[in-house]
Write a protein of this length. Structure first.
Length: 872
């Protein structure tokens, strides 16, 4: 039930909408409490996100994620023409209009009387605003697509092997989007995973390890006598300049910024938590979701009815419940990682008053959560609850008691384990059950990632959902640090060597992995510049004031103005701090912990920009993932949830990190749905195209390959994803064109789309009556409904002459092809201003920020030279 409070509502509720501003202000207060706690712990944030770390984690992630990205795109090969060319579902002009309409407002389709191309410079500017950049919106013949695909394949392979990584990773990202943005009918959660994590991969220095680039670098340095090697000075970790090596020796594995990997960890936690909380339906609550998902004919690799008859009412329910709550509470592993990191770093303790202030912030955040849930309970508890379900009065009476008791238990547990941990004797030794032990075993990676591996392994073996599962499992690499990756790969290499496979000699000898770059080397960043607390508090105050002004006043202050004030103010303060303290170096050995201090990833300017981006992006994603609930403002543009997205909308959409994770939510389908396509040719003969798994030819058992055709069929026929009715006409028109293409240019008369379906029996029915045969149940209980009839004389239902000429087919006569006339030119002439609007404010801002950035960068370099000179 509590998960349901975070999930979507189907029917708009006027009372909930009226209450939503109150909920919004309470949630803003909770945000203030959370940010305040982070400001008090700002040193922990800096050391966690802005440090430099071992590059081998991102090197391995680049290889693994690059491979699954390549396989994912190639897995669409059977639908390349249908999805991404003008011979497929959408003609070129239709694809522009459907998927990038606002971007192409100033672009003509070449349909009389409009010219083809941009009408003027304003049209170009409108296109440059984005967010969808793809050459396939201009040229999408099969030949053009193959060129784009070939370029993507080359770039992706280069990224995987790490050749020219700084260039090829970005080319891979751009070409990946160029392909998938051309048509989104096939999209599922898979695309969200790749879009998000590819961006984070590109933002990292992923070519610093396990790459051709690093191999070439090491070879060049070895020839110059400047490489620290395993058996030489520094043992591969680098050597500072000295009499023997005036220029020093460079490490094999240079340290890289840690923040992209930290964002990956947060993104995966958001993915799981979001998809877990929206699964609030009765089927998930009862524990039958795994049963229904496994019995969907579009997904299973082998017919699961025998297993369902035995395990449907027991083991499958356990799997469902464990999976559901594992997803919803996955962010606990992030909490465990942060707590262990802070304790391991042995940061200086906060002053007593700040410790109490932090406790007050966490207490306030918990109480805000209680208030938000309590005041929205009437919109989630049915007026007449089902049998066995508590009524609203009972919930309102006992929920605060349970919540407050839970807060007390959590607070007491952390105090007890942190201050007075118990100890036990185990196998003759004394084991202290402290906070580290608790976070390792209950909030640790071995539990939460272990459950994830088991869950995804079940999906891979029993269900065929394409490259979503491998991609998600690949992201688990981000939870390992570089030394763990090195030891893991070395252990694998030793086993391969025992099998007689060729591996490096140092692996067969059992040598330890090379260390990463020595953190004490003098060229690494260790300056003392840091934004003061008062500047961060001021930024928070300006942000909250900006929210109030935008929500409660008519002053018309744009979000961009508030953001500019915060950014510019912090930048000025940061520059001033860099001038005063930038040359001062922190000690290599932390005086509080007595351990080597981790160096910073950048100088003061780089840390400021990286920290600002992390806060901005993570806040934007968090707001984007708020459920589309009436109590949060609903889906209307005036609701506070939608308005809260405004400061982040341009970035989230342009970076293609807009996301939603609603897999099998709020309930999995309980019916198997298929699309039947009937074509009536010019002679009046009807043909079934047998395009779905109701036909044996489309249902191989075991099903080892994968096709998105089944996903597309469900979406078009109205089985999932919405917009089914809209897609139906375009699919029918494509069938008309494709039939003509394959039948000498002769189009059929009409196309009919039928929805076929049958209800999946309940787990209890299968347990009682035994396994069913899908074909027999479809034949006996089939529901067949005509959902769309398309005449091949409709708009865009004729094969255009450009494609006919390409294939040597007879051309249509004048007026036989019916284009979609969109009248862009007349609309553009009405909309555009009389004089060109040059974005002077934006251009001047870019110039000023760029000049200031160059000056700050030079200051950081001067400070570093001064520090090095003073040290020598």
């Amino acid at each position: 039930m509590l998960l349901g409070l975070l999930a979507d509502e189907r029917i708009p509720n006027a009372e909930a909408l009226a209450l939503s501003p109150t909920v919004g202000w309470w949630m803003l207060l909770g945000f203030v409490f959370f940010v305040s706690a982070c400001i008090f712990h700002r040193e922990a944030f800096r050391r966690l996100f802005l440090r430099a770390e071992d590059p081998r984690t991102m090197g391995l992630f680049r290889i693994v994620f690059g491979l699954v990205t390549l396989f994912n795109i190639n897995g669409l090969s059977d639908l390349f023409v249908y999805l991404f060319t003008d011979e497929g579902l959408f003609l070129t002009d239709v694809a522009r209009e459907v998927f990038a309409k606002e971007q192409f407002l100033g672009f003509g389709d070449g349909i009389d009387p409009e010219p083809y191309g941009f009408f003027d410079w304003g049209g170009v500017v409108e296109w440059l605003k984005g967010p969808k950049y793809s050459p396939l919106f201009f040229w999408d013949s099969p030949s053009a697509f193959w060129l784009v695909l070939g370029a993507f394949e080359v770039a992706c392979v280069c990224m995987i092997v790490g050749f020219k990584t700084n260039i090829t990773k970005w080319v891979t990202l751009l070409l990946f989007h160029s392909i998938i943005l051309r048509n989104q009918v096939f999209w599922e959660g898979t695309e969200n995973v790749y879009r998000c994590f590819l961006l984070y991969l590109c933002m990292s220095r992923c070519g610093a390890a396990y790459s051709v680039d690093n191999w070439l670098r090491c070879r060049r340095l070895r020839k110059q006598g400047r490489l620290s090697e395993r058996d030489g000075p520094g043992a591969g970790a680098g050597v500072a300049p000295g009499p023997e090596h005036p220029q020093g020796l460079e490490a094999v594995y240079r340290l890289i910024p840690a923040w992209p990997r930290m964002i990956m960890i947060l993104q995966l936690a958001a993915l799981y938590c979001s998809t877990g909380t929206v699964k609030n339906g009765d089927i998930w609550a009862k524990g039958d979701a795994f049963y229904y998902a496994l019995n969907l004919d579009h997904f299973y690799r082998f017919e699961p009815q025998q297993l369902s008859a035995v395990f449907g009412t027991n083991l499958f329910r356990i799997n469902t419940i464990v999976t559901h709550y594992w997803e919803a509470f996955f962010p606990l592993v992030v909490l465990g990682l942060v707590v262990r990191f802070v304790r391991r770093e042995q940061l200086p303790p906060l002053p007593e008053w700040q410790r109490w202030a932090v406790r007050a912030c966490w207490l306030g955040l918990g109480l805000v959560g209680l208030v938000v849930v309590y005041i929205t309970l009437p919109f989630h508890i049915p007026a007449q609850p089902r049998a066995g379900m508590a009524g609203l009065a009972t919930w309102q009476r006992w929920f605060p008691v349970v919540w407050l008791a839970g807060m007390a238990v959590v607070g007491g547990l952390f105090y007890w384990l942190g201050r007075r941990p118990p100890s036990v004797t185990l196998r003759g030794g004394r084991l202290t059950l402290d906070l580290d032990w608790f976070c390792t075993w209950f909030l640790g990676r071995r539990l939460w990632l272990g459950l994830g591996l088991i869950f995804h392994a079940h999906l891979i073996v029993m269900m065929n959902i394409g490259w979503f599962t491998p991609a998600t499992m690949a992201t688990y690499v981000a939870f390992l640090n570089g030394s763990e990756v090195a030891f893991l790969l070395r252990a694998i290499g030793e086993r391969l060597g025992r099998l007689g496979l060729p591996v490096p000699k140092d692996i067969t000898r059992g040598d330890a992995p090379l260390p990463a770059e020595d953190p004490s080397l003098p060229h690494l960043h260790r300056d003392a510049a840091a934004l003061p607390a008062w500047a961060l508090w001021s930024a928070l105050a300006v942000a909250v004031s900006g929210v109030y002004v935008a929500a409660e006043t008519d002053l018309g202050v744009p979000w961009a103005a508030t953001g500019a004030v915060i950014f510019a103010g912090l930048a000025v303060v940061g520059f001033g701090v860099a001038q005063r303290r930038g040359a001062q170096q922190l000690p290599v050995i932390d005086p509080h912990s007595g351990r080597a201090r981790r160096p910073w990833a950048y100088g003061s300017m780089g840390r400021f920009l990286a920290g600002a981006f992390v806060v901005y992006h993570c806040t934007g994603v968090a707001i984007w993932l708020l459920p589309e609930k009436d109590s949060l403002g609903g889906e209307g543009k005036d609701g506070w949830r939608v308005r809260a997205q405004d400061p982040f909308k341009w970035w989230i959409r342009t970076s293609q990190t807009a996301q939603g994770w609603k897999m099998f939510a709020p309930n999995p389908p309980r019916s198997n749905i298929f699309m039947q396509v009937m074509v009536t040719d010019h002679d009046g003969t009807a043909y079934d195209l047998n395009t779905d798994v109701y036909h044996p030819a489309n249902k191989p058992i075991p099903w080892l390959g994968y096709t998105r055709q089944r996903k597309i069929n469900r979406r078009i026929i109205g089985g999932e994803g919405g917009k089914g009715e809209w897609y139906q006409k375009w699919h029918a028109r494509w069938v008309c064109r494709d039939w003509a293409l394959k039948h000498g240019g002769q189009a059929p008369k009409k196309v009919e789309l039928y929805k076929l379906s049958y209800t999946i029996p309940t787990p209890e029915e299968v347990a009682k009556s035994g396994p069913y045969k899908p074909e027999e149940r479809l034949a006996a209980n089939r529901f067949r409904k005509l959902v769309y009839t398309g005449e091949c004389t409709d708009i865009n239902a004729q094969l255009p002459n450009t494609i006919r000429a390409r294939h040597g087919l007879p051309l249509l006569g004048p007026g036989e092809f019916r284009p979609w006339v969109k009248n862009h030119l007349s609309a553009w002439n009405k909309k555009k201003p009389k004089s060109p609007q040059i974005p002077w404010i934006l251009l001047v801002s870019v110039v000023v920020v760029g000049a200031a950035g160059l000056r700050w960068r030079q200051l950081d370099r001067d400070n570093k030279r001064r520090a090095m000179a003073e040290k020598t």
